[in-house]
Ligand binder design. Structure first.
Ligand SMILES: [Zn+2]
Length: 219
């Protein structure tokens, strides 16, 4: 990797393995030239790595070695896939769409259009999600031309139309047979790699907006 610009405590590289915050998934951490990476953001076509500490930054043109905190990244991949499984299960079983969410490594919340939540929902959804995780469904990543993507029923349901018109190729995450979404995030290869989930809490966030809090745990 090569630092092509450095100002303040931020560095831009000609290419990067670091995931920048976006699509509901938080950024990666790790090191660049041995200096901790504390934030990664995308601005237009550029990815900016914010470095911590006060060690001198690499200069423009330097070759820079980067290392990802793989434990955090893998936890985020498992969590992200778990949330897509949750969306798929809730759509299949109750026909309710997602309204928002947030994830951290191995913990997350997600809001759905329920009003009210069905009786015994927390236990039931945990059971259904864990069954889908144990089924080891493969996860496929593909790219579709925008014109094809906007005609796809599953992608319409998961709001493919919200993607800016300027994006001509849509990245699709398909948990085969369960859930298909336009998505820029990182995922595991099989639902079995997630482990299990535990529903910690369900809460009402108002009319037509009910929140599920979950934890991702090992098998
Ligand atoms: Zn996603």
């Amino acid at each position: 990797m090569t630092a092509v610009d450095a100002s303040g405590r931020v560095v831009q590289l000609d290419r990067t393995a670091f995931y920048a915050t976006g699509g509901g998934q938080p950024h990666d951490t790790g090191t660049l030239a041995g200096i901790p990476v504390v934030d990664v953001r995308k601005d237009g076509g550029n990815t900016w790595h914010t470095l911590g500490g006060d060690d001198p930054l690499p200069s423009a043109g330097d070759a820079v070695h980067g290392e990802l905190d793989w434990e955090r990244r893998h936890a985020l991949m498992r969590t992200h896939t778990a949330l897509h499984v949750l969306c798929g299960v809730i759509w299949k079983e109750w026909g309710k769409a997602v309204t928002g969410g947030n994830m951290e490594p191995l913990s997350a919340r997600m809001d759905f259009e329920f009003d009210p939540l069905p009786e015994g929902f927390g236990r039931r959804v945990e059971e259904l999600v864990n069954a889908e995780l144990a089924a080891a469904r493969p996860i496929a990543v593909s790219f579709l031309p925008r014109g094809t993507a906007v005609m796809d029923e599953d992608l319409i349901r998961t709001k493919v139309n919200m993607i800016p018109e300027s994006v001509s190729e849509i990245r699709v995450i398909d948990i085969i047979g369960l859930d298909k979404q336009a998505d820029g995030g990182t995922h595991v290869h099989s639902t079995a790699e997630v482990g299990r989930i535990r529903v910690l809490k369900t809460e009402s966030k108002g009319r037509g907006n009910k929140r599920v809090r979950l934890q991702v745990i090992d098998n």
